[in-house]
Write a new protein. Structure first.
Length: 187
């Protein structure tokens, strides 16, 4: 009986382990590779866990800070909406002053205006005193420049609308007229 070529190849002798191209040190590194790969994965996941924990801690701190700011500045929008009312009331008070300061309307409006200002101050609103101060673009909005013999250049001559700070933030800048210094001839 004749054997097939596949059967004949199965009968060939297997070369001894010593003659194999793989050296014993390569076998050890192959055995260490899965272990070192697992160690690298473990280190990577440990690093990822530490980063996630740090991100979560930062998130908690940021959330607490945003919550404090939200509580601290909760009245911000209400006070912004009240400012035009206070401005109009101040204009009405100036008109009532024209009738005389002894007028009962003027004294009643003056009392209400004082109560309004006290309410705003109790809620952390502070008016910005601008007249005579140096112009500061962080606090003032210049609507015009006028020459002045008495007021030095860059100082505020007149305030057209009062500005306010709310606690440590600017709520509304003061609208002001700024001195451009001594007027030149021919202007």
């Amino acid at each position: 009986m004749k054997k097939s070529p596949a059967q004949e190849t199965n009968k060939r002798p297997i070369p001894p382990a010593e003659s194999s191209p793989v050296s014993p040190s390569a076998d050890q590194s192959d055995g260490d590779d899965p272990m070192s790969g697992l160690q690298a994965d473990l280190d990577r996941f440990r690093d990822l866990a530490l980063r996630s924990q740090a991100d979560f801690e930062n998130y908690k701190k940021r959330s607490a800070r945003e919550k404090d700011d939200a509580i601290k500045y909760a009245n911000n929008s209400l006070l912004e909406r009240l400012l035009p009312i206070v401005d109009n009331f101040e204009l009405g008070l100036a008109a009532a002053r024209g009738e005389g300061e002894a007028s009962p309307i003027f004294s009643g409006m003056g009392l209400v205006f004082k109560q309004l200002n006290d309410f705003l101050a109790d809620n952390g609103l502070q008016p910005i005193d601008a007249v005579g101060a140096r112009f500061d673009p962080n606090l003032h909005e210049a609507i015009a420049h006028e020459p002045s013999e008495k007021v030095p250049e860059g100082s505020i001559i007149h305030q057209t609308r009062r500005g306010y700070r709310y606690k440590d933030r600017l709520l509304r800048p003061a609208s002001v007229i700024v001195s451009s210094g001594r007027g030149r001839r021919g202007e």
